[in-house]
Design a protein around this ligand. Structure first.
Ligand code: ZN
Length: 66
């Protein structure tokens, strides 16, 4: 008897898009990440500073015209 479920044996997921413990990119603290896209711990996310980490609208199409 061949077991059809044998082919669907859960291998180690090649993708990182699985819930797992990850290190926060900001504070390097280990936290539970719901997915690969979640790399910032909730504590850091709670801080407004990480959102404003981007430069404030630098060069919004404004260039020095000659
Ligand atoms: Zn953090």
């Amino acid at each position: 008897m061949t077991d059809p479920d044998a082919e669907y044996r859960p291998l180690t997921p090649a993708r990182g898009d699985v819930p797992a413990d990850r290190s926060c990119l900001r504070c390097a603290a280990t936290f539970w990440s719901e997915g690969f896209g979640e790399r910032i711990c909730k504590r850091c996310k709670g801080q407004a500073s990480w959102k404003s980490a981007l430069p404030p609208a630098a060069g919004g199409g404004r260039r020095s015209s000659r």
